[in-house]
Design a protein around this ligand. Structure first.
Ligand SMILES: [Zn+2]
Length: 450
């Protein structure tokens, strides 16, 4: 039995126009889809096929509805024999462009040396700022590429990258140029974010308002005119920048046509989430100390809560974000690595999916939505990516698993078989089905477990 006869035999009707135009660049058959659309758990569609044309999802649906012309007209067919496809993973909060690392400090702390003593010896964020300022573009690219490759190996097709380890004009722009270059050299979409208000640079010691003036006067106009960032982030915290300074930066960023987001309520309640909501921020991130009013404001403005279990784990935080409150107000929750050298030197988004469940008590479905649909919204890209839907970008991952909950359940067994970005296979351990076999009349549908 061939596909054509099977489809016809099921009595399905195709109109003439549809029949004549049905073709595609590549087709995945005998798949289970976790489309991550919200109308049913995981957006599951079993025994399905997905077709790609010109970088977009052209068609998806049940195998029994697959137009026969689609299979004969496809340039490539991948028979994936009943394994799963999800949207490409999205890591919506990283600081992965920096130089050096802080392994020595990690060791010192475990040998009993205090934070204060480490800071006195030039450690902490200042050591990363010094190393990053000293690294040229090539060195910064090479060191950062390793971290990006690690994320991509687990099916990450979109990544946000923040600056914030330069703090002067020259280094911040270098970091953002490296972020852009990573997106050009690797098959991954990079969303660059300017995080000048990350820490106070040594040259502005004791003058945080003066530093904010510098950010507004010198840095933001240059970034906006050179298109080096699409969003601006602020670390709003007692040890960083005040709500008033955050608001000044938000206003200026919006005036330059940039989106805003915030590191908020990580160590204390500063009202950063409410402020983010007031300015229509894409996301407020961390949120361990989020109050009820902040969650309500975020729900109203559609601001995504980005949860960062890697930082929580690394800092051995006992306080976790108020997940039940976020659920109650239906604030979308994203999950991310926060990949950074100080508090989350993490290169695995799947590990974060697991930790979002084990540490923060998200369900596996919530955690997977957190690295797909809701992560897309945290980047303002929900119209293009984050779910499997017709006409969205063909960014997706084929996983060797029998249930989507496996992505949250296991640790460090990377089940990624194939990564597709904008319709192109960028990583694969699957071969396309041979044309000989496709044309021989041999069935291609019997592999679906029923
Ligand atoms: Zn961060």
């Amino acid at each position: 039995m061939n596909i054509g006869r099977m489809v016809a035999g099921n009595g399905l009707h195709w109109n003439g126009t549809e029949r004549s135009t049905m073709s595609c660049d590549a087709l995945w058959i005998n798949a289970h889809l976790a489309a991550m659309t919200p109308e049913r758990p995981y957006g599951v569609l079993r025994d399905a096929a997905l077709a790609v044309s010109r970088g977009k999802i052209e068609w998806m649906g049940a195998m029994k509805r697959l137009p026969p012309e689609m299979i004969s007209g496809a340039k490539q067919v991948f028979d994936i024999k009943g394994v799963w496809i999800t949207p490409g993973l999205i890591d919506c909060h990283t600081h992965l462009v920096y130089a050096g690392n802080r392994a020595k400090e990690f060791e010192m702390r475990l040998q009993g040396v205090s934070y204060e003593e480490i800071a006195r010896r030039g450690g902490g964020i200042r050591s990363t700022v010094a190393a990053t300022r000293a690294a040229d573009e090539d060195a910064l690219f090479r060191q950062s590429a390793r971290r990006l490759i690690s994320l991509m190996a687990e099916g990450v097709t979109t990544v946000e990258i923040k600056s914030g380890y330069g703090l002067d004009l020259q280094t911040e722009t270098r970091i953002l140029r490296v972020a852009r270059l990573l997106g050009q050299r690797f098959p991954v979409t990079v969303c660059p974010t300017y995080l000048g208000a990350h820490a106070l640079p040594p040259e502005f010691e004791g003058d945080s308002d003066g530093y904010v003036d510098f950010v507004l006067r010198e840095v933001l106009p240059k970034l906006a005119s050179e298109n080096l960032a699409t969003a601006v982030d602020v670390f709003c915290e007692k040890i960083a920048f005040t709500p008033a300074q955050t608001e000044r930066i938000f206003k200026a960023a919006i005036d330059h046509g940039l989106k805003v987001k915030v590191h908020a309520e990580q160590l204390s309640d500063q009202g950063g989430a409410s402020l983010a909501a007031k300015y229509g921020a894409l996301s407020a991130d961390h949120l361990e100390h989020l109050p009820d009013a902040g969650a309500r404001a975020m729900a109203r403005s559609g601001t995504v809560a980005v949860l960062l279990p890697g930082a929580s784990y690394y800092l051995r935080e006992s306080r976790i974000p108020p997940v039940e409150m976020l659920r109650r107000y239906q604030v979308p929750m994203a999950v991310s690595t926060d990949c950074n050298p100080g508090t989350s030197p993490v290169g695995s988004l799947l590990l974060m999916v697991n930790m979002a469940c084990t540490l923060f008590r998200l369900t596996p479905e919530e955690a997977l939505a957190g690295v797909t649909r809701h992560a897309a919204k945290a980047l303002g890209l929900e119209d293009r990516i984050g779910t499997l839907e017709k006409e969205k970008d063909a960014d997706f991952v084929v996983w060797d698993m029998s249930d989507p909950a496996e992505l949250a359940y296991s640790v460090a067994f990377n089940p990624c078989l194939q990564v597709i970005r904008r319709g192109a296979v960028v990583r694969s351990s699957i071969s396309p089905t041979s044309a000989l076999r496709r044309n021989s009349g041999e069935t291609l549908v019997d592999h679906v477990p029923r």
